[in-house]
Design a protein around this ligand. Structure first.
Ligand code: FAD
Length: 383
């Protein structure tokens, strides 16, 4: 009997590959391992669950047993992979159990970065990167009022909007001078800030948190400039780092993420990677759309039809209902400049090359209506 295709990870990437593979081949043995419960859910829902009235339990679409029967695959929840022996195509899971694979797919996701803060309250700083974190967050929120969020990136702004709309008092702190500093030009950042302020979010920009201390029931944040603020709950959303350790230990090439080519193949011909853990042809894109494209291509490759992944332009919708926002950032180091038109109803920011080619955009407020038309003008992210 041939060894199975083994998928490690039960996030959107792991399940997308399993689903696409089943569409192409009903027979191939597939084993999916996950160090969590392996329930299927859409992670983006975590940052707008309060406004959409979802409890953490209601976010999970199907548990591991249901997914196994739906996809006709074997699933082992709570099963961590500790090492990969790529020469003999064997992985080791807990209790030293060894499992053989024919092809191995790493869909390991990314970790929330924790900065080196000082203070005895640091262990109380929460992060939300999966449904279990979110359950804990919701439990801690009960009866609390003031929430400080460190990091005004995509996830920080989304949580700020969700919490403020649900009646919490929210302060968003960032080292930059505006929200979504990596995605928006300053005019657009100012517009988003104003809309979030209108629903009660306060901002503290150009600010670095130095320490977090527990004082009674509260947490006290001390900033680098000496400013102090109190919070009932502190949520950190300062960025993600791809999980590369397992691949690195196995001697696979890693950089920011697990290095793969457009076939999603690592430096070992039998091992593949996709999703938040992967660096595909030099790009780390921790979003849902790249996973959808990668999973389709990888399923074809795994079933014998070697297929490269191509990424079209993939604008990201920021889930801040107080300020509808969609961004398609230009690729790093791309020369060009922003052309910005704004009024009290929205901002249309177009990033263009010297020759006038549209390379990226940020649309806020009523300008989001132009998303589809502008997307057709954008170059592909990966040809
Ligand atoms: C709050 C939030 C909101 C978001 N909103 C959006 C959005 O609106 N739009 C968008 O495009 N993207 C959004 N994203 C990003 C998007 O959700 C992710 O890109 C996507 O879910 C990543 O899926 P993944 O399968 O690669 O990783 P993950 O979901 O992190 O899954 C990794 C899996 O690997 C398992 N695992 C890891 N190591 C091991 C091991 N050694 N052994 C066994 N199992 C292991 C983990 O348990 C987990 O099951 C959001 C992210 C967050 C956190």
């Amino acid at each position: 009997m041939t060894d199975p295709v083994v998928i490690v990870g039960s996030g959107l990437a792991g399940y997308a590959v399993a689903r696409e593979l089943r569409k192409l081949n009903a027979e191939r043995a597939v084993l999916l391992l996950s160090d969590d419960h392996a329930g299927f859910y859409s992670k983006p829902m975590l940052s707008n669950a309060l406004s959409t009235g979802k409890t953490p339990e209601a976010i999970i679409n199907a548990d591991a047993v249901k997914m196994a029967s739906q996809l006709d695959i074997t699933i082992r929840p709570n099963c961590r992979v500790f090492s990969i022996d790529k020469t003999n195509r064997i992985i080791t899971v807990q209790d030293e159990e060894r499992l053989s694979y024919e092809k191995l797919v790493l869909a390991l996701g990314a970790e929330q970065i924790r900065l080196p803060w000082q203070g005895n309250g640091v262990r109380k700083i929460l992060t939300v990167n999966d449904i279990d974190d979110y359950k804990h967050f919701r439990n801690v929120l009960a009866g609390k009022k003031k929430i400080v969020i460190i990091g005004a990136g995509l996830i920080g702004c989304e949580f700020a909007n969700d919490l403020a709309a649900a009646g919490y008092q929210v302060v968003l702190i960032d080292i930059a001078a505006q929200p979504l500093g990596r995605l928006l030009p300053p005019e657009a950042g100012a517009f988003l800030q104003q809309k979030l302020e209108a629903i009660g979010v306060s901002f503290q920009f150009n600010a670095t948190v130095k320490s977090v201390d527990q004082v009674g029931e509260q947490l006290r944040l001390t900033l680098a400039d000496g400013d102090v603020m109190e919070a009932d709950v502190v949520l950190s959303s300062v960025g993600l780092k791809p999980r590369i350790e397992l691949a690195q230990k196995a001697g696979l090439e890693v950089n920011r993420g697990i290095v793969v080519n457009q076939l999603l193949q690592t430096s070992d011909a039998h091992i593949f990677a996709l999703g938040d853990c992967a660096e595909v042809a030099g790009k780390v894109l921790p979003f849902v759309m790249p996973i959808t494209h990668a999973a389709r291509a990888l399923a074809a490759t795994l079933t014998g039809n070697a297929t490269s992944v191509h990424y079209p332009a993939m604008p990201v919708l920021v889930k801040t209902p107080a300020c509808p926002t969609v961004v398609s950032p230009p690729q790093a180091d791309e020369p060009g400049q922003w052309e910005i038109a704004s009024d009290e109803e929205g901002v249309k920011a177009l990033f263009k090359s010297k020759a006038g080619q549209l390379l990226g955009f940020a649309l806020l407020g009523k300008a989001v209506a132009e998303k589809n038309a502008l997307t057709t003008e954008l170059p592909a992210i990966l040809k």
